[in-house]
Design a binder for this molecule. Structure first.
Ligand code: NAP
Length: 259
């Protein structure tokens, strides 16, 4: 399927690995030129070179922390006018609701709510002027079904979801489409480290911890970054023009509901 976005320019945040990388690769496969970002320069450059070699698109890299004001300024400076924005960053740490204080919440809100909002505010006006744009925010299944130990994530991502629900309806008339993509369990470094943590806590092997988590998913397995990226690319395509302010859940059926 031709997604109709060859030659467009995308900023994909937090994309040297995992789900962000999956999105960058799928957009590159559709012919989109990229600005990629992560904090670690080495992995970022290696992924960028792989994408240049594999898909023949142009890839610029900015090694910085997207959750800081300085990082975003660097990123926006290189990105310039982009047609597509994929918002992503690492998730807040797990913990107990009794332990989180104001500073913990401010940090989580900064990273997973105010950072994507700042990038939307910086880039969407240009998209509106040019009459075309796509924004996909990588959030989490926890927006629909809370994960108790990830209360900081639940809170920050719910805030972003509320913002997108209203804002997406204010800009779609100008051809700018904003949606959220909600990962359930996917096979990435993050999932791997959660398996390692669960194994240590329960005194079992990492493979057993993974099998236990896979058993909670009707599909019986973790999702892949490639599947995730392909869905993201579709949400950035010409065909997503009537999909406004949606929360697309990719979780192998883990969230049990009729709708
Ligand atoms: P991952 O495999 O750990 O990859 C994270 C990527 O983001 C890396 O490229 C990392 O590179 C970059 N990154 C992290 N923090 C950054 C920052 N502050 N600034 C710039 N780049 C940053 O994680 P993932 O599994 O793809 O998860 C991506 C997002 O989806 C996270 O918010 C996670 O909470 C959420 N999520 C994931 C799952 C899952 O099963 N994988 C499920 C639900 C939600 P550097 O470390 O070099 O910066």
């Amino acid at each position: 399927m031709d997604l109709g976005i060859a030659g467009k320019r995308a900023l994909v945040c937090a994309s040297s690995k995992g789900l962000g990388r999956g999105c960058a690769e799928a957009l590159a496969e559709a012919g989109v030129n990229l600005v990629m970002n992560a904090r670690g320069a080495e992995a970022l450059e290696a992924t960028a070179q792989h994408i240049r070699d594999t898909y023949g698109v142009s890839v610029e890299t900015v090694a910085c922390d997207v959750t800081t004001e300085e990082g975003r300024a660097q990123l926006l400076d290189v990105a310039g006018e982009v047609d597509i924005l994929v918002n992503n960053a690492g998730g807040p740490p797990p913990g107990m609701w009794t332990d989180w204080d104001r500073d913990d919440f401010i940090k989580a809100l900064d990273a997973n709510m105010l950072t994507p909002i700042a990038l939307i505010k910086a880039l969407v006006p240009g998209m509106q002027k040019r009459g075309w744009g796509r924004v996909v925010n990588i959030t989490s299944q926890s927006v629909k079904s809370p994960i108790a130990v990830l209360g900081l994530s639940n809170s920050a991502r719910a805030g972003l979801t509320g913002y997108v629900a209203g804002t997406s309806r204010q800009v779609c008339g100008d051809g700018v489409i904003i949606n959220n993509l909600l990962p359930g369990l996917h096979d990435t470094d993050r999932a791997n480290s959660l398996d390692t943590g669960a194994a240590a806590a329960q005194g079992i092997t990492k493979e057993e911890a993974r099998a236990n988590r896979e058993a909670t998913i009707p599909a019986g397995r973790y999702g892949t970054p490639r599947e995730f990226g392909a869905t993201c690319a579709f949400m950035c395509s010409q065909y997503a023009g009537f999909m406004v302010g949606q929360n697309v859940l990719l979780d192998g059926g883990a969230y049990n509901s009729t709708m």
